[in-house]
Design a protein around this ligand. Sequence first.
Ligand code: LLP
Length: 471
Amino acid sequence: MSRSAHPAGPRHADVLPEGHYAAPPADLNQLDPRVWSRTVGRNADGVVTVGGIDVKTLAEEFGTPAYFLDEADFRARCRAWREAFKGDASKAEGEDADVFYAGKAFLSRAVVRWLDEEGLNLDVCSAGELATALAAGMPAERIALHGNNKSTAEIERAVEEGVGRIVLDSFQEIVRVAHIAQRLGKRQRVQIRVTVGVEAHTHEFIATAHEDQKFGIPLAGGQAAEAVRRALKLDGLELIGIHSHIGSQIFDTSGFEVAAHRVVGLLKEIRDEHGVELPEIDLGGGLGIAYTSEDDPREPQEIAKALRDIVHRECDTAGLAVPRLSVEPGRAIVGPTAFTLYEVGTVKELPGLRTYVSVDGGMSDNIRTALYDAEYSVALVSRASTAEPMLSRVVGKHCESGDIVVRDAFLPADLAPGDLIAVPATGAYCRSMASNYNHALRPPVVAVRDGQAREIVRRETEEDLLRLDVG
Ligand code: LLP
């Protein structure tokens, strides 16, 4: 199985050991709290509950497949990130930091309101995400706009609305944003996204001089320094800082340390050349979560401390005032808060190989397994079982043999059509990357909290499909 080619770019790969099989767990009924959202448990009848409601009731009311999002857990994770990065109030100014939730992981108006209430900012990377954020009432100054090829319309809307920052991604964009801001009589706060020559995923990172990918402006060859030179000259722009994003599903902070070192190095160069100390740096997102029991992610507190320590150390050495820090976690906030609930349709045993369990969704609601060879867990949730573990592959109902949801997992051998199974940790990049392949209807996202469940994104209908098909 090749894990080297990653369609979203090398920095997005989940790296797995070759030929990897976990041993069957001692008890298939147990739900690992690292993988499942916080309010998930089994009731006395062995049925899994979330937010105080059992999955059979949820399936009856909302149907399957569906994503169930644990609102209390989402809010708790927002608070944990916010608290971790707020720093020590007794220390000097500059300790405070901003957490921008990366909306690409999953965005809806309800989510935007939760973020607003929990004091997080928001990173958007398209007109659609920006429109969702504004429609839900997120104050524009707490929004950052990203993207390697923002359209003129996207830039205009962002500048007009007064977004807190636009992250510039190319030399052309520096001029484009400056012109638009000037035409609108504004001075736009911007950061420059640089590529620092660090590629990180999971437990490994590679520090190189050059990076071969589409985002950002390379530090190498003085390109980033030249971008700063140009941005500082343009009246339409207020350059507030430097941005770096090194990858996805990262467990180890050492890649961030190299990135921080190189970003602070650029701040020093800017100070020496222009006599300007830029007040902010953003170290991006990419913090990993547990998709299976073998993953061991860091807590926000630990990540915040590591990032803050390295920024302080580097700034001390360079003789710079410590800039305001921001980070952009997406997956680490929403990923663990949701599971996808499916109904089993067929169970097909291939003797000597494995058992194929077909569910009523598939690659249209979770493309990550097919696209990135991502690993997931799965459990029987509509009842407990004492049957033997059975090596299973959970597949969808699409016309494609690569339509795999969970490649290798153990389910109880008495699994039967009509059982409900759930795949945890599907809060990030599942609904947001869902498709209508085979004219599948995209599942709803149901928020569950304190015994109440409500759709925050409704299920698509055949009417929705036909409305786009103008005949
Ligand atoms: N900031 C920037 C500039 C980013 O490009 C990203 C993700 C994030 C923050 C948030 O990263 P997170 O904390 O969620 O890892 N579809 C892929 C992930 C693509 C990530 C793209 N950029 C996946 O399903 O794994």
